[in-house]
Design a protein around this ligand. Sequence first.
Ligand SMILES: C=C(C)CCOP(=O)(O)OP(=O)(O)O
Ligand SMILES: [Mg+2]
Ligand SMILES: [Mg+2]
Length: 309
Amino acid sequence: MVATDNLQKTPEEAKLNLAAYLKERQKLCNTALDQSIPVVYPEKIYESMRYSLLAGGKRIRPILCLAACEMMGGTIDMAMPTACALEMIHTMSLIHDDLPAMDNDDYRRGKLTNHKVYGENIAILAGDGLLALAFEFPATQTPANVPHERVLQVIARLGKALGAAGLVGGQVVDLDSEGKLDISLETLNFIHNHKTAALLEASVVCGGLLAGASSEDIQRLTRYAQSIGLAFQIIDDILDITATLEQLGKTAGKDLTAKKVTYPSLWGIEESRSKATQLVEAACAELAPFGEKALPLQAIAHYIVSRNH
Ligand SMILES: C=C(C)CCOP(=O)(O)OP(=O)(O)O
Ligand SMILES: [Mg+2]
Ligand SMILES: [Mg+2]
């Protein structure tokens, strides 16, 4: 074998097989998520919740949570219930985001959207059910070797990331901005930082909290996550232009149809991509003091800009 194997690879990827790492973590998360919702009476609601929760997806948020917990000296078991909660919250936000009253989308994760299969009423309730479980699950399932006050911090953190000061607030400004062509960069950053980055930040920070990380380390994790959070949404907006329905598992070109101002609409694709790359470099630099232990989080940061779906 010639030594060209590592060409095109980031320094982290050269030392860590990221594709295998992500696949293994996705499998662990999928098993835990599958077990988190048994189907009982009234079956329809559990089936609807499971339909969207188990429909695939990259599982980026739970994987970030597990990786941050491990980097800070914790274990996968300590973080798995919270990792599942993050995916439940994310899935709820997708089900509601796709409703006719919001983005009115027919496809998600390569399948018909929840309301297309179960009707709007059940889709709304499936989101509510997932959201409630997202708080019950870490509160009741986190193993006893994690001190209660850490779990309490996690619950508070999830609520903050998701509420009006986070994801919900971002979605409100996103909806308000549709069709307006004079949206400022400040408003655009507000949308991205709230609707997308807040939950990604909570994913990383909750992993650190569960492992008992110091407040200084939590601040470092926060800065890493804020940078990858903004980069994630810039890439999402680029993919909306460049990728296909088959790649994305959701309708492409929606931002243009909905007349949404995005990074690529303001600055073009290349400059937006270079901004996202700079953010990822900054994110990786934040984790330099953690040395080799930071490799997974650094590789995930690069994956966020290089992904094609
Ligand atoms: C927050 C945004 C931009 C919605 C899509 O999130 P993902 O791209 O993580 O979707 P899945 O892989 O989980 O389906
Ligand atoms: Mg939306
Ligand atoms: Mg949408």
